[in-house]
Design a binder for this molecule. Structure first.
Ligand SMILES: [Zn+2]
Length: 271
């Protein structure tokens, strides 16, 4: 599968970033969930982003890179959070911080605009709902170098799903526009390879969404009424294993077009 919008993959991660990839490859998880372990040079504590599935071998590998100060969650899908409580236990009770308090452990919900510092890392939460309502990204600076951890909002290759009805296409497009401000900032996604330019990847994702929306508008104009009709017309060769994801995206697109037509009645044909 080609990389996102021709943005170059990173050949070597910064020294403060370690990737521990979970052994859960699949059509929705690509090569597996990316668990990111961050430690500033000479810092005692590490920070973890997305523990991944409840797989003892994977979690032991992460815990061995400790001590861990806290564990951040990009969003509540099980392939990112299932192992969080167990990792917290292995890490001596390190808190798990998530926007959706249901996934926090030993802490309240994470504020969508929070800044966290210490141990040589400056962490800024960036509110990026859309893939799910609770999706957040983390902009992290270490020694003058910045990286954006995007969870499933932008993947290292291919495209992501708007998990309707929890996910919302209007919010998702706004989140992509927000991420398109980070020119030449490393993009470290929840699945797939790290990329050199967050802004370039966000723009490619926006272009892809706009192209898909145009196809769905054309399908609706051609008589499509349901998500199944749209999938049949827009994604005729879809792999049956991910048809449910295409259907969720089709629902999100139909919902978006419906709201768009309600929000701007003056643009409708008066006849
Ligand atoms: Zn997800």
């Amino acid at each position: 599968m080609p990389c996102v919008g021709g943005v170059t993959p990173v050949d070597r991660l910064p020294g403060w970033v370690t990737l521990v990839r979970a052994p859960n490859p699949g059509p929705m998880t690509l090569d597996g969930t990316n668990t990111w372990v961050l430690r500033a040079p000479d810092a005692e504590f590490a920070t973890v982003i997305d523990p991944g599935p409840l797989d003892e071998g994977h979690l032991a590998q992460i815990a061995a890179l400790g001590p861990i100060r806290f564990i951040l969650i990009t969003h509540g899908h099980f392939d990112h959070v299932e192992g969080a409580a167990r990792l917290s236990e292995l890490a001596g009770g390190a808190p798990v911080l998530a926007v959706d308090g249901a996934h926090s452990v030993g802490a309240g919900p994470l504020d969508r605009a929070e800044s966290l510092g210490g141990n040589g890392l400056e962490i800024q939460v960036i509110d990026t709902p859309g893939h799910t309502a609770d999706s957040a990204s983390f902009l992290i600076e270490c020694g003058g170098e910045r990286a954006l951890f995007s969870g499933d909002t932008i993947l290292g290759r291919g495209s992501t799903v708007v998990a309707y009805p929890d996910g919302d296409l209007g919010s998702y497009l706004r989140s992509l526009r927000r991420l398109s401000a980070y020119e030449n900032v490393l993009l470290l996604p929840g699945h797939g390879p790290a990329l050199t330019d967050c802004a370039g990847a966000a723009r490619a994702y926006l272009a892809h969404r706009e192209e898909r929306l145009a196809q769905v508008r054309a399908a609706v104009a051609g008589g499509a009424e349901s998500a199944d009709d749209v999938v049949g017309m827009v994604y005729p060769d879809i792999d049956p294993a991910i048809r449910f994801a295409a259907k969720a995206s089709a629902r999100a697109q139909l919902d978006y077009l419906r709201r768009e037509s309600q929000a701007a009645p003056e643009q409708l044909d008066p006849l």
